[in-house]
Ligand binder design. Structure first.
Ligand code: UDP
Length: 312
């Protein structure tokens, strides 16, 4: 089996590539390093089953030979990244998805779209299940990501219905673990690096907004199960254990035994007030649920960031 992974030098794309190689796949990895980094795939250099192509998938994608799966994971994905790259974010969700679907169609390959809980926007239904259509502000600063992913889902379903392609959509909730960028702006690397440097943790708003954090190996396992399933509709993958951002900050300070305090900053525009996946569908259709608890996952992640801060 050969899989193309777009965004393979990113946090999730690189972990997915590792899992696919471990399952015996050949992996053709594509990335333009807009937010991904060669460090994430450096350990795969020299692996005969791994090939890297530096390319922007918003341009036509050429891949020679047989392809059995296309995993479309390319996109800036942290709020800071997509605010910094609004147009490439819109393009990769729209044109990049179109090109990736075109590649899968040409190769008669299965297709899996990395979508997002951002499709639910600032949700009015809680927890969020896949039947909820969401509450997204199309013209707000986050709209570039949310609407691109919603368009990507629409395009994927159109290829499924019109071309009869075998497509899958995963709605990924907040995920953390090794290989997140120290300064990608997301709350997990941000708080851990602040705590390890004994700097104050920057809580946005009053910290009462909630998130539910999934460890990366659990997420990748859910995605692998989805890829090899017969399920076509969108499916939430995430950890339903929910906490406020203030509570998250306090736990990071405690676990790292940091001297840091907390400072409060303005809440970004359209920051969702609550988020928790309803994973009933993943439990029943994929027999999947997260296994790694917060304590274990966060300790692994802290160890990784300690290494990065020490310059390794
Ligand atoms: N957040 C925070 N301080 C930070 C970074 C983020 O309080 O330094 C908050 C952010 O406002 C949001 C939550 O943490 O409510 C999660 O933010 P993240 O950027 O990780 O991703 P999101 O879930 O918003 O896509």
């Amino acid at each position: 089996m050969t899989a193309v992974v777009t965004g393979a030098a990113g946090f999730l794309g690189s972990h997915l590539s590792d899992r696919l190689l471990a399952e015996g796949f050949r992996v053709i990895a594509i990335d333009n390093f807009i937010t991904g980094t060669p460090d994430n795939i450096a350990h795969l250099a020299g692996n005969p089953d791994f090939r890297f192509i530096r390319h922007n998938v918003s341009e036509f994608i050429f891949v020679p030979g047989q392809v059995d799966y296309v995993f479309h994971f390319a996109s800036p994905a942290s709020p800071i990244d997509y605010l910094e790259h609004p147009i490439p974010t819109l393009k990769v969700g729209a044109l990049g998805t179109h090109n990736s679907l075109g590649l899968a169609k040409d190769k008669r390959a299965k297709f899996l779209l990395a979508s997002t809980s951002e499709c639910y926007g600032d949700p009015l239904v809680h927890p969020q299940n896949e039947d909820y259509w969401g509450n997204v502000n199309p013209i707000g600063p986050r709209g570039v990501y949310d609407e691109a992913k919603r368009f990507a889902e629409a395009m994927t379903m159109a290829y499924h219905r019109y071309h009869g392609m075998d497509t899958k959509i995963v709605r990924i909730f907040n995920t953390y673990g090794p290989r997140m960028r120290l300064r990608d702006g997301r709350v997990v690397p941000c708080f851990i690096s602040q705590a390890l440097s004994n700097e104050p943790l920057t809580v946005f708003g009053d910290g009462s907004q909630t998130r539910s954090f999934c460890y990366v190996s659990d997420l990748i396992d859910g995605i692998f199960r989805l890829a090899t399933s017969e399920h076509h509709g969108p499916i939430n993958i995430g950890n339903p254990v929910e906490m406020t951002i203030k509570e998250f900050a306090e736990r990071i300070i405690e676990i790292t035994e940091s001297n840091s305090g907390i400072v409060y900053k303005d809440l970004p525009i359209d920051d969702p007030k609550v988020r928790q996946p309803d994973i009933t569908r993943a439990r029943t259709k994929l027999r999947w649920q997260p296994k790694i608890d917060f304590q274990s996952g966060i300790r692994e992640t802290i160890e990784y960031f300690k290494g990065r801060l020490a310059g390794n």
